[in-house]
Write a protein that binds this ligand. Sequence first.
Ligand code: ADP
Ligand code: MN
Ligand code: MN
Ligand code: MN
Length: 348
Amino acid sequence: MTKNIMAEYIWIDGKKPTSKLRSKTKIIDGPVEKLEQIPAWGFDASSTEQAEGHFSDCGLKPVYFIPDPVRGVPNILVMCEVLNADGSPHLTNTRAVLANIVEKFADQKPLFGVEQEYTLYQNDRPAGWPERGFPHPQGRYYCGIGVDEVYGRPVVEHHMKACLDAGMSISGVNAEVMPAQWEFQIGPLPPLEAADQLWLARWLLYRLGEDYNLYAKLDPKPMPGDWNGAGGHTNFSTESMRADNGIEIIKSACEKLGKFHSQHIAVYGADNDKRLTGKHETCSINEFRYGVGDRGASVRIPSRVSNEGKGYLEDRRPAANLDPYQIFTALLETTCGEGFDPKKYNWG
Ligand code: ADP
Ligand code: MN
Ligand code: MN
Ligand code: MN
């Protein structure tokens, strides 16, 4: 028996330099068990910086869905790709590009895990920061506990439980170095699932933040000065990296990444130059270095991976405002293919 359910259609707009999420609700026949049951939809692209010429009708193509942990089962959250009126992928549709690349390198069985750092804001100040002046300098906040060290934990906990209720592969959360800064991790998962879940987890964080009067900023350097920036460390492996002696494949992947540093940086997030200064656990944006257990490198090979001789690498360069579809495309094309060129896709 079918009944009306609420489906929240979620898509990525064309805002520059950093796109953001949009969503609206459609009442559809449920319960939904398969993607094919979710109807295509559309929206007014003149309000999302995605209209070209006189045509402001864009299409929404459902590509992934999860149970809606806010409205509850059987309602759903639907990740959508943006299409032009003729059905072709819109220029801002970076997912369609990744979908092609994923097919090309499917035999390598890539996995991704993203560490999403963000800063909770209230009234244009990071949560818990004084109206005037500054909080106590950094040092006590990372993985802190207690009201003098962490701000916004109720929404962080709610968000983590919501992600689990929705069946997402959230792998952990922690308080970060700057007060009011937090991190959650998604993965490891195949590329499209990892990227779709990251965008949906962001949507959930914004949505739940409404109920706490807090909003999450993905600005890579929200506070100038001696305050850590916010990144989106991207952990990556292929089947051969995870197999015995995969460390050799990991090292040769790092060598290749060094040859395409500037091409990668072009899509690693706006304002990343303010974050990648060579201080605050980053490598300078003008330099590429990789190393074992080195949190000042561009790419870190975790010590455990080095000891075991297999596993994954951590690209520490992406900013918190990363588009995972672009980052994963770059990593796959450089390490599994001939190299990455953002111009090929009109990116960067
Ligand atoms: P860090 O020590 O850098 O803070 P975290 O524990 O925050 O590390 O995050 C590690 C990330 O690595 C997680 O997102 C996890 O999903 C991901 N990860 C673990 N194993 C793999 C793998 N084999 N391939 C890709 N990603 C992985
Ligand atoms: Mn982490
Ligand atoms: Mn972190
Ligand atoms: Mn990390």
